[in-house]
Design a protein around this ligand. Structure first.
Ligand code: COI
Length: 354
């Protein structure tokens, strides 16, 4: 499929202070768009000026939430080139999410090419500052004007770009996490593994209550017994217990994170024992009491590698590694960001040059 290009006539001023970008506030001059109509498939791929879209008030996405999205980044390397990190994995996961949400499949290779083309056009928006990158947000939603519950016949696929700094305002300083015991994020047979808006909407209440107690994020437990650890919502979670790296296995209610998968591969390449298995919050608390909970950290495209300094489970507050980043978290942060920003050799073949 050809990608039509319509250049903006009103380019915006680029941010001057890249240390104050924050996350997800600023959007570039252009966006990718493509339509799907039943009987015709995906068509009319185009890169057009970034701007408002017109949507029927009856658009199905607004009523029943038939939407999926992805998150990846473009990084500027020291020699000025721009690269993506495992974009094929994002579009593969997007098709898994699409299947669950009854959204039509996309051509993964075409979408990698379309993303490269959009980033190429917007390459001057890729930040030059250490730790900042161009966040890429592909998403698909149902547009049929109809208020009955059924899979839609018409969809819009957009990609918007946002020059961004760290996801957490604390940067690489450890985050405070609250173990949620009242609400749940996902249940067996639900949509936990899919990157769909509803999973994030459902997390807001818990997050809001955690904020009231001065905790930044919520750690979700399984939806049946609230015993097994799942994920944080904005990131997957890892524990280092007695030198072993452990992350909850993908049982269907946990997002299959690309940074999660990469972190496991990096650990294994360095000879660090890294295990995917079910782990209870009780096991974590027991390890803490025994002085064996060495490190806790989250992984995500937006979150990168985020050390966790405090974990609150009921009345128990665990302070991890003296509220400092631990050696495995630091190694993973250095390796992942080193590969992403082209500072160390990508022996895994994960980066894709624009
Ligand atoms: C990402 O890490 O890209 C995500 O989509 C998580 C989101 C909460 C920012």
């Amino acid at each position: 499929m050809e990608i039509r290009f319509e250049q903006t006539k009103t380019p915006k001023a680029k941010p001057t202070d890249e240390t104050k970008l924050g996350f997800g506030h600023i959007f570039t001059d252009h966006m990718f768009a493509m339509n799907y109509d039943a009987g015709q498939g995906w068509h009319d791929a185009r890169i057009i000026p970034y701007g408002e879209i017109s949507l029927s008030p009856a658009a199905m996405c607004l009523h029943y939430g038939q939407e999926i999205f992805e998150g990846l980044k473009a990084y500027r390397t020291a020699d000025g080139t721009v690269q993506l990190f495992r974009p094929d994995e994002n579009y593969k996961r997007m098709n898994t999410s699409a299947e669950r949400m009854v959204i039509p499949q996309i051509d993964e290779e075409f979408m990698v090419e379309a993303t490269k083309k959009l980033v190429e056009i917007e390459k001057d928006w890729v930040p030059h500052t250490d730790g900042a990158s161009l966040y890429i947000r592909p998403f698909i939603f149902a547009t049929d004007p109809f208020v009955g519950v059924k899979p839609a016949d018409h969809y819009l696929f957009l990609i918007i770009l946002s020059p961004s700094g760290p996801y957490y305002s604390t940067g690489l300083d450890p985050v405070k996490i609250y173990v949620e015991q009242k609400y749940v994020r996902a249940v067996r047979g639900g949509t936990g593994f899919a990157k769909t808006a509803a999973n994030y909407a459902i997390s807001l209440k818990g997050q809001d209550e955690a904020h009231e107690q001065d905790y930044e994020q919520v750690l979700w437990l399984d939806g049946v017994e609230q015993k097994y650890i799942e994920e944080v919502g904005s990131m997957n979670i890892f524990f280092v217990i007695d030198g072993e790296v452990i992350t909850p296995e993908l049982t269907g209610s946990v997002l299959p994170g690309i940074t999660r998968k990469s972190a496991l591969e990096v650990c294994k390449s360095k000879g660090i024992k890294a295990t995917e298995r079910r782990i209870t919050i009780q096991e974590v608390a027991d390890a803490y009491d025994a002085g064996k909970l060495d490190e806790v950290f989250g992984t995500g495209t937006a979150a990168v590698i985020s050390p966790v300094g405090h974990l609150k489970w009921g009345d128990k507050v665990m302070t991890i590694n003296d509220n400092k980043i631990g050696p495995i978290s630091q190694m993973l942060y250095d390796t992942m960001t080193g590969i992403q920003w082209g500072k160390i050799e990508d022996t895994f073949g994960w980066t894709v040059k624009i």
